[in-house]
Write a protein of this length. Structure first.
Length: 255
């Protein structure tokens, strides 16, 4: 299993380096699961920062999207993105096309679970302003179930190309640990951050956040339901906003 994970990371690095020449910043703010269901999703997610420093206060990002599990191992999604910088107005900035692949077969509730579930995702972001940079993001998706405890971790590679002033491939991470109290209420903790450029890692100069959250899935019937996530993150480096509120709401239809 470890050899397969290392091979996937190597392929993702080679792919991004081949098709791009500049780097991207990477605030992920979502820990993705590798498991895929045949369903249609419509939803929104985002975050807002709170800090005494004006340059780090009131920064926000929202995404509105539509996704579909085309098969039980392939998922396609398109999102539109709005951003608000500190002291500025909210504006539409980009749209993104994202694909996700489940590499390990999901086990049924009455089957022995996988040692670890593995998937990959690949997305490209197209700027609304032709002067802004395009961006490629790729993730290695890992998931482990410990009874009522569920954990997921993402290793993220991002890079900008064309209208970018940065250089080098960036690496980031996203992680979530939750406890299944009930299907509707699952308290837990999340961590997000980035390490900077792959050839010049500087932890103290990058953003890192950790904090509590509550997650869950509310089922209306066998086909319809909605998923939610709500978290409050604390920054622990100088470049990170003191507090960040994040949210996710998705309505799902299984077919």
């Amino acid at each position: 299993m470890m050899k397969m994970i290392l091979k996937i990371l190597l392929v993702l690095c080679i792919f991004i380096e081949t098709f791009s020449t500049f780097a991207a910043e990477a605030p992920p703010f979502r820990a993705r699961w590798p498991m895929i269901n045949q369903e249609i999703e419509i939803g929104t997610r985002g975050f807002k920062t709170f800090d005494d420093e004006k340059s780090k206060d009131g920064i926000a990002k929202e995404r509105y999207g539509f996704g579909m599990g085309v098969t039980d191992s392939f998922f396609f999604e398109i999102e539109g993105e709005y951003e608000k910088e500190a002291g500025e107005k909210r504006k539409f900035t980009a749209y993104e096309i994202d694909t996700r692949y489940e590499l390990t077969k999901t086990r049924g509730w009455n089957e022995k679970p996988n040692d670890i579930d593995v998937g990959i995702s690949l997305g490209i972001s197209f700027p609304d302003n032709s002067k802004d940079a395009y961006e490629i993001e790729s993730r290695l998706l890992l998931y482990k179930n410990f009874g009522a405890w569920k954990s997921t971790g993402n290793i993220i590679l991002e890079q900008e190309f064309e209208n970018s002033s940065d250089s080098g491939l960036e690496i980031a991470y996203a992680g979530q640990l939750r406890y299944r109290l009930t299907p509707n209420i699952q308290p837990g903790v999340e961590a997000f951050g980035r390490f900077g450029e792959l050839d010049d890692i500087a932890l103290g100069n990058e953003q890192h956040q950790i904090g509590p959250g509550v997650f869950g899935f509310v089922e209306f019937n066998d086909n319809y339901g909605f998923k939610y996530e709500l978290g409050w993150l604390f920054g622990y480096t100088d470049s990170t906003p003191d507090n960040t509120m994040k949210f996710l709401i998705e309505f799902e239809y299984k077919y």
